[in-house]
Unconditional design. Structure first.
Length: 168
């Protein structure tokens, strides 16, 4: 849990950089934004953070392996309505094997009214059929749930959803 929280903190710190220097990130595509997260994560995890890495049934946007096991799996998406969140969770579940227990969705918002988007994201996440329960999470643009794995309702996976405003 300590490593998972540290990874999320590194990602959140990178977002603070984006917010303070919006011109540097203006108009970037998902892949470009992901690369900035990977640079920061590799500074902490000595090259163990990779992008577009095959895991289970597809290529996940961010994967960190340590000592031969996955410690973090993340998918990056631009906000495109509640249905995009359902699809993103399904996609993320396709990248997680039974042994994987920590994942995240990083949602980039380029629309106005981040507060409304955060609420819509929470609603879409909570409505997903794999959600077991909601967990508290201190970040106002974050949300945490426990999901069950696609093929095993007894096996749980923690998923943190972070929503970020990115410059247009």
């Amino acid at each position: 849990m300590e490593e998972y929280e540290h990874i999320l903190k590194v990602i959140s710190n990178m977002v603070a950089v984006m917010e303070r220097s919006p011109k540097a990130f203006k108009g970037m595509k998902e892949e470009d934004l992901r690369q900035h997260f990977l640079v920061q994560l590799n500074g902490q995890y000595e090259g163990q953070a990779t992008g577009e890495t095959f895991n289970f049934e597809g290529k996940t946007d961010i994967l960190i392996r340590s000592e031969g096991r996955n410690i973090f799996i993340a998918e990056c998406k631009f906000w495109d309505g509640p249905e995009s969140i359902t699809k993103a969770i399904d996609q993320l579940l396709g990248y997680t094997s039974w042994r994987d227990t920590k994942a995240a969705l990083l949602i980039f918002n380029r629309q106005k009214n981040l507060s409304a988007v955060v609420q819509k994201v929470r609603g879409a996440v909570n409505a997903h059929h794999n959600v077991v329960r909601e967990l508290s999470y201190p970040l106002e643009t974050g949300h945490r749930v426990v999901l069950h794995h696609r093929n095993d309702k007894e096996r749980e996976l923690m998923c943190t959803v972070l929503v970020f405003d990115v410059p247009t």
